[in-house]
Design a protein around this ligand. Structure first.
Ligand code: 6PG
Length: 245
């Protein structure tokens, strides 16, 4: 069953809708809420808006879907982006922020260490989408896409910086809810392939996310909007897909 497809006018509306969806998910949960954050640039605005919403941060644990192998204060660090957009604006306890130590020289040990702490099932996994169909740091053709046992591995990818740690497909499969953010015309091809193409996830990793909940702007959804308008809402909601005007 396909997940909900939310198509909104622009990136700001996507960021607001995603922030509200995350805050609502946390409010509806009881006890600890394990939220894994996406890297890159798309989710930054979502995190800034999320920081301004009423969230029971004392119940939230923040994880990362991937991290670049750079220091945590480096301009390319996903943690640095999250710190500026969210951690400096919301009262998240330092003990609840689970950073990937991707800067460690022994990347394999850092991956194994992170995996040991990662909960068996994330409550909400937020993911982005690259123009080539990658998600987290699972790039087309990567051996990590064949991983069925390890949940975090070091990889080398084509998107600079090349050395990264990433979650693997088992983590995506185990997550209770997966939310994908994609905005901008440069993502239109990857969105179409991921959501409608007969393509192998080895060639288009975002194909693994077909059943996830997608938050798109019109630019990224332009080649699937017709089918998105007619797509089946997730079994949980049975609501007609929202395409806010
Ligand atoms: C990363 C991200 C990556 C990102 C996509 C989209 O660390 O690079 O995890 O998967 O989500 O590349 O990046 P943008 O949001 O910058 O377009």
């Amino acid at each position: 069953m396909a997940g909900d497809r939310f198509v909104r006018p622009d990136a700001e509306a996507v960021a607001r809708g995603a922030a509200e969806a995350i805050a609502l998910a946390i409010s509806r949960a009881e006890g600890e809420f394990h939220l894994a954050l996406a890297g890159g640039t798309t989710p930054k605005r979502t995190y800034e808006l999320l920081a301004g919403l009423p969230v029971a941060w004392e119940r939230v644990h923040l994880w990362f879907g991937d991290e670049r192998c750079v220091p945590p204060d480096h301009v390319d660090s996903n943690y640095a982006m999250v710190r500026a957009a969210l951690l400096e604006r919301a009262p998240v306890a330092a003990s609840h922020v689970h950073r990937m130590r991707a800067e460690d020289p022994d990347r394999d040990a850092a991956a194994r260490d992170y995996e040991r702490g990662l909960p068996p099932a994330l409550d909400l996994l937020l993911l982005g989408l690259g123009p080539d169909g990658h998600t987290a740091s699972l790039f087309p053709g990567s051996v990590a896409l064949r991983e069925t046992v390890r949940r975090v591995v070091p990889v080398v990818g084509p998107k600079p910086p090349p050395n990264r740690l990433t979650i693997t497909p088992p983590v995506i499969a185990a997550a209770r809810r997966v939310v994908v953010l994609a905005t901008g015309a440069e993502k239109v091809g990857a969105v179409r392939l991921a959501l409608t193409g007969e393509v192998d996830p080895f060639d288009c990793p975002a194909r693994l996310l077909r059943a996830a909940e997608w938050h798109l702007d019109r630019a990224a959804a332009s080649e699937i909007e017709e089918s998105a308008a007619g797509s089946t809402a997730s079994h949980a909601s049975r609501r007609p897909p929202r395409t806010s005007r």
